[in-house]
Design a protein around this ligand. Structure first.
Ligand code: AMP
Length: 223
């Protein structure tokens, strides 16, 4: 089972990706994770990639495309994979499609979690972390998981614990930069999504409802 998953930062792509990964039992290959692992291990690849990642730019295609195509050749991918974070632009989409054709590999599913830019941004900026448990979801912009209020302060809706925000979730400039790449229909990620739409069936899911509703819709469409 070979699967691609698309969705803007803040759309819940990571959460839904983990659910899909569980359903099909294929390795979840996330480009960003591979880069971060290489950076923390200080590899040559990590050193080359770090500067771009720190600036919120894409790592150049000459580095990223062969890295991912080689990763898909590894033994754990022989029965399939779920690729998340690649392709991220039109050139990567074209290279991916061509490599799959050359290797006679098919794409079983292409998933797109659809969410408009403002909602995605609110989701990121509204995210709050509970001091007691990372898995207590709180978001000041999502009604279903809105924190409680106590003495004029937001507190965890699950346990009443104090809440904090991640610094990178509050960096509007960095969020905008990433969304500029995602929503770009000329050469960016959406251009890649549209490239696939012209060639294969893309399963679209509305990312607006809650995690449970989105995953139910997605699992139903995956059959
Ligand atoms: P992510 O964790 O998916 O948000 O990725 C973190 C960073 O890794 C991105 O901001 C990019 O700098 C880099 N990156 C991830 N995927 C790609 C890709 N397909 N092409 C180029 N750079 C990427």
């Amino acid at each position: 089972m070979n699967i691609l998953i698309f969705g803007p930062n803040g759309s819940g792509k990571g959460t839904q990706g983990a659910i899909v990964q569980k359903k099909f039992g294929v390795p979840h290959i996330e480009t960003g994770v591979i880069f971060r692992e290489n950076i923390s291990k200080g590899t040559e690849l990590g050193q080359k990639a770090k500067g771009f990642i720190d600036k919120g730019e894409l790592v150049p295609d000459e580095i990223t495309i062969p890295m991912i195509l080689n990763r898909l050749q590894e033994p754990d991918c022989k029965d399939g994979w779920l690729l998340d974070g690649f392709p991220r632009n039109l050139a990567q989409a074209e290279a991916m499609y061509k490599a799959l054709q050359d290797a006679n590999m098919r794409l079983d599913y292409v998933i797109e979690i659809e969410l408009d830019r403002q909602t995605s941004k609110n989701r990121i900026m509204g995210r709050r972390l509970c001091v007691n448990d990372n898995n207590h979801p709180n978001n000041i912009f999502i009604d279903a998981i809105k924190p409680d209020e106590k003495d004029g302060e937001f507190v965890c809706r699950v346990c009443g614990g104090a809440l904090s925000a991640r610094a990178d979730d509050q960096d509007e400039g960095a969020i905008d930069k990433r969304h500029n790449i995602y929503y770009d229909t000329e050469t960016g990620t959406m251009a890649g999504v549209n490239y696939f739409k012209e060639r294969v069936k893309v399963i679209g899911v509305d990312g607006v409802p809650g995690v449970k509703e989105v995953s139910e819709d997605l699992l139903k469409k995956l059959g």
